[in-house]
Design a protein around this ligand. Structure first.
Ligand SMILES: *Cc1c(COP(=O)(O)O)cnc(C)c1O
Length: 346
């Protein structure tokens, strides 16, 4: 028995979700986005498992470093690129491809030999990173002595705004098609909902982990993570007594309350108001989520023992639903699963 919160990660689910990507975008190469510890699923185990993708995308140099020191040899793209000369040389040493999105980076590259591939990033409507799309001829000119491997951009609202997304796709194709370079635009929402955004490379993150970027669940994806915590105590609470910090939960009648070994330090957010699953049955929280503990209200008939596992998300309790009840998105829940949570690969 272990008194830690645990995340069961199904690598088979990730394989099956990759198959969904390939089926949905059959003509595109796949850059699997595994930044942020593979969205909480474990950077190296997920990368080692995804051995037949065409490349990986990470956000930070230290993520790429971790992959290379664990022997991951596939192409890795540093999605945010480098910030200074030291990072530029580190990226080259690690044999990374980099995203170049700013005049600052162009200046660093001037007169330098950079051995890796360069994705030129243009702005098509996110207005965050990227060159103005009509400056592409100049930018490509400035990179004439470098190995430009493609042009990319990023969708801002593919999960929520059809018209804006259509406009972004048109802007990108209009400005980037003429150079004969590979093109990349689609994230998960683009892959699932906008076939004409697929182009030469797709960049799935969320959907690889079996989570839909849309509020409505996509049944073809298989969730890869189940987060659960053991019951560490079961208490009889007399009517009128309070439970937890601030005494925000009051027993209306004599009640049974179970204490779970999970809290916000495990990544179970304090703001959450979602149910949990006890033997497949939904039960409600009793009082505030604390750093290490969370209480749930049991039914009188519940047969619960210390050590029993309670599901916080996964299985019959989709993370999309938990995220909505927590006023957030599945991305943040998965990324915040703490390092003290044990990952079990199944
Ligand atoms: C994170 C990221 C993705 C993946 O997005 P999902 O919505 O998780 O599929 C794709 N491209 C870039 C540039 C990213 O930063």
């Amino acid at each position: 028995m272990s008194s830690t919160t645990s995340a069961a990660i199904s690598l088979a689910a990730i394989t099956s979700n990759l198959a969904v990507v390939r089926k949905t975008a059959p003509r595109s190469k796949v850059m699997a986005v595994i930044k942020a510890d593979a969205y909480g699923h474990g950077l190296v185990p997920v990368a080692a498992h995804l051995d037949d993708v065409d490349g990986f995308g990470v956000a930070r140099l230290n993520e790429a470093q971790a992959l290379r020191s664990d022997g991951i040899a596939q192409p890795i793209t540093l999605l945010g690129g480098f910030l200074d000369e030291i990072e530029m040389h580190s990226a080259a040493d690690l044999k990374l491809d980099v995203v170049v999105h700013s005049p600052h980076q162009l200046a660093l590259l001037q007169g330098q030999h950079f051995s890796g591939g360069i994705w030129v990033k243009v702005n098509s409507g996110m207005n965050r990173l990227g060159f103005p799309i009509d400056s592409l001829p100049k930018v490509l000119d400035a990179l004439a002595f470098h190995n430009v491997i493609g042009i990319m951009s990023h969708l801002a609202s593919a999960d929520s705004d059809r018209e804006y997304t259509r406009q972004q796709i048109d802007t990108f194709l209009g400005g980037a098609s003429a150079f004969g370079l590979p093109l990349s635009l689609a994230n998960s929402a683009g892959i699932l909902d906008y076939p004409d955004s697929h182009l030469d490379w797709v960049r799935p993150g969320l959907m690889l982990y079996g989570v839909s970027p849309f509020a409505a669940q996509r049944t073809q994806l298989t969730p890869a993570m189940m987060l659960s915590a053991p019951v560490i105590a079961i208490n009889n609470i007399p009517a009128g007594e309070k439970v937890g910090y601030g005494g925000t939960w009051i027993a209306e009648k004599a009640s049974k309350v179970a204490v779970l070994a999970t809290g916000y330090a495990d990544g179970y957010p304090r703001e959450i108001t979602a149910p949990v699953l006890l033997c497949g049955q939904r039960r409600q929280l009793a009082g505030r989520i604390a750093m290490d503990m969370t209480c749930i209200a049991l039914h009188d008939t519940d047969q619960v023992a210390v050590g029993d596992q309670v599901v916080l998300w996964g299985g019959e309790l989709p993370i999309e639903e938990v995220a909505e009840l927590a006023g957030t998105i599945p991305y943040t829940l998965m990324c915040h699963v703490a390092s003290r949570v044990t990952r079990q690969y199944v």
